[in-house]
Ligand binder design. Structure first.
Ligand SMILES: Cc1cc2nc3c(=O)[nH]c(=O)nc-3n(C[C@H](O)[C@H](O)[C@H](O)COP(=O)(O)O)c2cc1C
Length: 144
């Protein structure tokens, strides 16, 4: 099975995880851009607001998706769920063809329905490499 890695990142954690996964899979990491300014304290508050009221954002991708590929989608956890940009991505690409990876400080994503799998990369658990390794093994075992 062929995979393409897609990510959204505000402060770099999901980008780092996406790039590690992409490197293992020999693919590039496609960035989701929502054209919003999330930086600094004001951006943090805005991000929490957007996440909480499920405010919609318009997104573009850094490169086009390839036909026939499954996606590994990496998102930060924002107020218990994926970031609005990633929710927008799943309006254009099915969850049923996606492995979701969520980075967070301390909690797991609550909405886990419909994805092929859900992986939590939780900073407090200090096991990022191990979790990524397990995911890659799972993806490769599907392939064989
Ligand atoms: C608006 C906002 C809400 C967040 N909510 C949570 C949360 O509910 N639980 C949690 O463990 N971390 C939460 N975080 C922390 C991020 O999920 C975590 O730092 C993540 O790895 C950031 O990814 P990024 O660097 O790719 O943006 C939140 C961060 C932001 C900006």
């Amino acid at each position: 099975m062929n995979y393409q890695v897609v990510y959204f990142s505000r402060s770099g954690n999901s980008k780092r995880v996406a790039e590690k996964i992409a490197s293992h899979l020999g693919s590039s990491a496609i960035r989701i851009d929502d054209h919003k300014w999330w930086r600094g304290p004001i951006g943090y508050i805005r991000a929490g607001f957007y996440a909480t009221i499920d405010k919609k954002v318009n997104i573009t991708l850094s490169e086009p998706l390839k036909d026939g590929y499954l996606c590994v989608v990496v998102s930060p956890l924002w107020a218990g769920d994926t970031a609005p940009a990633v929710r927008a991505f799943f309006k254009m690409f099915p969850k049923e063809k996606s492995h979701l990876v969520v980075t967070s400080i301390g909690s797991a994503v609550s909405n886990r329905a419909s994805y092929l799998s859900v992986t939590d990369v939780i900073k407090r658990q200090e096991n990022e490499e191990q979790i990524i390794e397990q995911l890659i093994q799972k993806l490769n075992s599907v392939e064989s």
